[in-house]
Design a protein around this ligand. Structure first.
Ligand code: XBP
Ligand code: MG
Length: 250
């Protein structure tokens, strides 16, 4: 990047879970619990326990880590793989039946970004079989140039691979993009890929340490609607601060 000029914003990369929609407590969690029943595992995740388990990204890894912590030992990985296949099918069915609504104000922001000439992409650690139909529903009517899922990467968030893959497919440099996330894991993935991140929190993430975010908001539409101009301003200020620090040797 030219140190004297702040770059323009060309693309916004959205996370899915917790960001485009509140998918976790009443979506993924129900699918995990239904899959545990189908496989007769004798596990049921409460809303609070699931909140703690969200620290582990990726459904299969989440199940395996939980089973190991409950003494399943070497059997944990194999059981987790089978249960997660069932969970993926069940969650896809929830998506296809239209059970998940966009977060309030999210589509208003996307519409404004598109009208302002900003490209839209998605980077998530979820599986493509449900991500594709969910994104098609939540972002219906908008051009979504790139969708990177957990099937496209070797390392899940907080690793930056999903964001780096999205940037490569967009043909956009990190300093020309902004991430929109809901969690500390997602924030760390974006920042490690070189993107500033706007974090729009939810009930599971509002108490997380979100140090390093370009901005943190409790919602898209409160206290005021987030719009493209806000994203451009956040992005400009983020890079101005860094250009200033670089010029002063910081
Ligand atoms: C979300 C996740 C996902 C979902 C489950 O993280 O960790 O794993 O909880 O999806 P992010 P799968 O929002 O940072 O992408 O079961 O398909 O893995
Ligand atoms: Mg998320």
């Amino acid at each position: 990047m030219d140190r004297l000029h702040t770059p323009g914003l060309r693309a916004v990369v959205f996370d899915v879970d917790g960001t485009l929609a509140d998918t976790e407590r009443d979506g993924h969690r129900h699918a995990f619990n239904a899959a545990f029943v189908r496989h007769d595992i004798g596990v049921e995740w409460s809303a609070d326990e699931y909140g703690r388990l969200l620290e582990i990204t990726g459904g299969r890894r989440r199940i395996a880590a939980y089973l190991r912590s409950r003494g399943f030992g070497d059997a944990a990985d194999g059981i987790a793989a089978r249960v997660h296949r069932t969970k993926t099918d069940l969650f896809r069915a929830l998506v296809v039946h239209g059970r998940l609504a966009p977060r309030p104000g999210m589509r208003t922001l996307v519409a404004d970004l598109v009208a302002d000439g900003v490209r839209i992409a998605v980077a998530t650690t979820g599986r493509r079989s449900w991500v594709d139909p969910l994104v098609a529903r939540l972002l219906h009517g908008f051009p979504v140039d790139v969708v990177v899922t957990g099937d496209d990467v070797a390392a899940l968030k907080p690793d930056p691979e999903a964001y780096l893959t999205a940037l490569a497919r967009l043909g956009v440099a990190a300093h020309e993009a902004l991430a929109v996330e809901d969690s500390a894991n997602g924030l760390h993935a974006a920042v490690a890929a070189g993107l500033p991140a706007l974090v729009v929190t939810n009930h599971y993430t509002r108490d997380q340490d979100l140090t390093g975010a370009a901005a943190v908001r409790p919602a898209y539409d409160e206290p005021a609607q987030v719009l493209a101009a806000d994203c451009r301003e956040l992005h400009r200020r983020w890079w101005e601060t860094r250009a200033g620090a670089a010029l002063s040797g910081g």
